[in-house]
Design a protein around this ligand. Structure first.
Ligand SMILES: C[S@@+](CC[C@H](N)C(=O)[O-])C[C@H]1O[C@@H](n2cnc3c(N)ncnc32)[C@H](O)[C@@H]1O
Length: 225
């Protein structure tokens, strides 16, 4: 993607998500409800962790004690899942393109000193310190990113930060029948199984499993080579 076009997409993602956060952050994070109480909203994050992480600890922890693990989250929103990750893992580092979302996540995580939230540039993890992370996770974020180049930039940078063998478990949009346009920051680009497998190889990962091809919730298990 030409630099100017990429800059425009990044700026649009930031501005649109800031506007959504100001309007009703919790609704745009989880559209199941328009009005969420604190308890319901963070309970929905604990449910995500129960369904996507606690069921999959063999792949995620690889015999490590979760309390000794350093994990990454891309697109933390208002801290819904981040707080549940902080309860489970030793250290959590999370990014989001929207300063408005980051402000909400920071407030939500004030009692979790092991959770660190950063506003980033919308395409990489250069704001995140260190390396040798043990696990990376992202849910309902890439399904909103309208640029394949941006998603691949994230995957490459997760590869830079994970230790060899570690898992990046994430969800993309898998429905190729949906019409996507580069300036629509709600509907992300779709991935076929072949495209997902090829991206893994280009970025130094093995795509060991995938689930939900063709649907909105297409989950990928990328293991760092
Ligand atoms: C639907 S919310 C989900 C938030 C969180 N993952 C959760 O499940 O609670 C999508 C989030 O992705 C963020 N986001 C969108 N595009 C992004 C990008 N290019 N880089 C980082 N974050 C992005 C938005 O700001 C928003 O907070």
């Amino acid at each position: 993607m030409a630099n100017q076009e990429l800059e425009k997409t990044l700026e649009k993602m930031r501005a649109d998500w800031d506007a959504r956060a100001r309007e009703n952050a919790r609704f745009y994070v989880n559209t199941e409800r328009e009005a969420w109480t604190d308890e319901e909203f963070f309970e929905s994050g604990r449910r995500t962790v129960a369904e996507e992480i606690l069921t999959d600890m063999i792949n995620i922890c690889q015999e490590k004690d979760p309390k000794q693990m350093k994990v990454l989250e891309i697109g933390c929103g208002a801290g819904r899942v981040t707080s549940a990750l902080a309860a489970l893992f030793g250290e959590v580092h999370a990014v989001d393109v929207s300063g408005e979302m980051v402000a909400r996540a920071t407030a939500a995580l004030k009692n979790w000193p092991n959770a660190h939230v950063y506003q980033n540039n919308g395409m990489d993890l250069s704001v995140v310190p260190g390396g040798a992370y043990d696990f990376a996770f992202s849910t309902i974020v890439f399904q909103h990113i309208p640029s394949r180049a941006v998603i691949e930039s994230y995957v490459g940078d997760v590869g830079r930060l994970l230790r060899p063998g570690a898992l990046f478990k994430f969800q993309v949009q898998g429905d190729a029948t949906m019409e996507t346009t580069p300036d629509d920051t709600w509907l992300g680009v779709p991935f076929s199984e072949q495209q997902a497998g090829e991206m893994a190889e280009r970025c130094g990962f093995e795509m060991r499993y995938n689930h939900g091809a063709g649907g909105q919730y297409y989950w990928l298990w990328y293991f760092k080579r």
